[in-house]
Design a protein around this ligand. Structure first.
Ligand code: GDP
Length: 457
């Protein structure tokens, strides 16, 4: 394969930048642009030994004094000869350096091309390759930990048993379809069914955890809903730690949806403070109320804010109807700092089964309880983020299709259909697992994955 090069660190001024060169000519290309400092010889490199020297521009003049290292293939990230130049991070210097490197025989790398070469050389499976993209894009601690574990091969280890057992089942089904004298015995059927359902069960647990984990890795749209003056804007400001929304004792001040971000209980929230829900003749406020309802309807989470200082009324119930349209709801009884508050959550609200948090947006009391309620809502305690969840839609789809096919195979077997029916489904399930790790992925899938990387990765 031809030799490629690119800046692997982020562009822009920095203490250091790393340029990566990969391919059979990597060392020769390095030799044309780099002179080691201590010897008259143009370049004297030993594998994995950092060398200090001069970096030369395309015109042969010195442009930096960087360090360089050579990883001799196959003991490198891509499996090919790889050289790295660790130079100073000036955009002007990098563009001169890359021009010199391209002039010396490398060509610019395409997005994701280093990782794609690593995958093609068998250094990484597809899940591990995608984990690099996820690690780079990770915005939360949970996402970092999980992607790092996936990069270390956690999913391959977790699903290795499932793969082997499905492979054994496929082999058995194939034996009986290929050799008419072979047959699945009466005793074998329940054993095979339970192996199929056990494999499906492992996949469906992974699917369930992965869907739950999306809240922690991708974040949640969270609408703050309630009657005017319940303290929605105050809550929004408390949660995001700044005066984002206007707080006044006047009802009906928030007209448009005000957005901000906060991290609560490990869940990144995209907060939306909405107009108080009530009957309004004011056309602007009425428009705001419609937007509030739409925000709640599309949100993953609604915080229904009730005012502990006043009994629940028609407006709260209407707000509750809007909040219930979100996937999940938490009831926030606000203003609990007011004197003589003995607030009883009314039966209509209690019957929703949503968790109730008593707090004061003014003093901040109850903040920890709200944080805990959010955490528990999205994680019943089973998420470890040690590679036990997948976040890519492609991976989730492969797992889901494999699980469904395994259950179809078990069903066919249980219902007394001929073994070739179960064989088709079991083979499909195995193919989907192979595709997951890239053992059988089509060129299109592979192209699509690496296209989504940036240059230098
Ligand atoms: P919104 O209309 O629901 O957004 O309510 P605001 O956040 O604008 O608050 C309305 C009024 O209630 C303001 O005067 C706030 O200072 C007051 N308020 C908000 N939260 C609390 C609270 O927890 N305790 C008390 N005592 N007053 C609050």
């Amino acid at each position: 394969m031809d030799t490629i090069a690119a800046l692997s660190t982020a562009p822009g001024a920095a203490g250091l930048s790393v340029i990566r060169i990969s391919g059979s000519d990597a060392l020769a290309v390095l030799g044309r642009v780099f002179r080691s400092a201590n010897t008259a010889h143009p370049i004297q490199m030993q594998p994995r030994k950092m060398v200090c020297g001069s970096l030369l521009g395309a015109d042969g003049s010195e442009i930096d004094r960087p360090m360089a290292v050579w990883f001799k293939g196959p003991h490198s990230f891509t499996g090919e000869d790889v050289c790295e130049i660790h130079c100073h991070g000036s955009p002007a210097l990098i563009s001169l350096a890359l021009a010199a490197i391209y002039n010396a025989g490398a060509r610019p790398a395409k997005p994701g091309e280093f990782t794609k070469r690593a995958f093609l050389a068998g250094k990484l499976d597809l899940v591990e390759a995608e984990a690099i993209g996820e690690l780079i894009a990770a915005e939360t601690e949970a996402a970092v930990r999980n992607a790092a574990a996936l990069l270390g091969g956690a999913l391959g280890r977790a699903l290795g048993g499932v793969y082997d057992s499905v492979l054994a089942l496929v082999a058995r089904f194939r034996a009986v379809t290929d050799y008419p004298e072979e047959d699945i015995t009466e005793q074998e059927i329940p054993e095979m069914c339970s192996a199929l359902t056990a494999a499906a069960g492992t996949l469906s647990a992974l699917e369930r955890r992965s869907l739950a984990a999306r809240a922690f890795t991708h974040g949640v749209d969270c609408a703050i809903v309630g009657r005017p003056n319940a303290g929605k804007s105050s809550l929004m400001n408390l949660l995001c730690g700044e005066d984002r929304a206007i707080v006044t004792p006047l009802a009906g001040t928030t007209r448009d949806v005000v957005e901000s971000r906060a991290m609560l209980g490990g869940v990144p929230l995209r907060l939306m403070d909405t107009a108080g829900i009530r009957d309004s003749q004011d056309p602007v406020e009425a428009q705001g109320i419609l937007r509030a309802k739409a925000a709640a309807e599309h949100a993953s989470l609604a915080l229904l804010v009730l005012d502990a200082g006043i009994p629940v009324g028609e407006e709260d119930l209407r707000a509750m109807d809007a909040a219930r349209r979100a996937e999940k709801m938490i009831i926030v009884v606000n203003k609990c700092d007011l004197p003589d508050v003995h607030y009883e959550v009314p039966a209509e609200v209690k019957s929703t089964g949503a968790p109730v948090v008593y707090m004061s947006a003014l003093s901040g009391d109850g903040f920890d309880e709200l944080e805990q309620a959010i955490r528990t809502l999205y994680d019943s305690g089973e998420l470890l983020f040690n590679g036990d969840v997948v976040t890519s839609a492609r991976q989730l789809d492969a797992i889901c299709q494999s699980r469904a096919a395994l259950l179809r195979a078990a069903d066919a077997l249980n219902s007394g259909f001929p073994p070739d029916m179960a064989l088709t489904d079991a083979e499909f399930a195995l193919d989907k697992l192979s595709e997951l790790f890239g053992r059988k992925a089509s060129e299109d899938i592979v192209e699509h994955i690496f296209e989504n990387f940036c240059v230098g990765k």
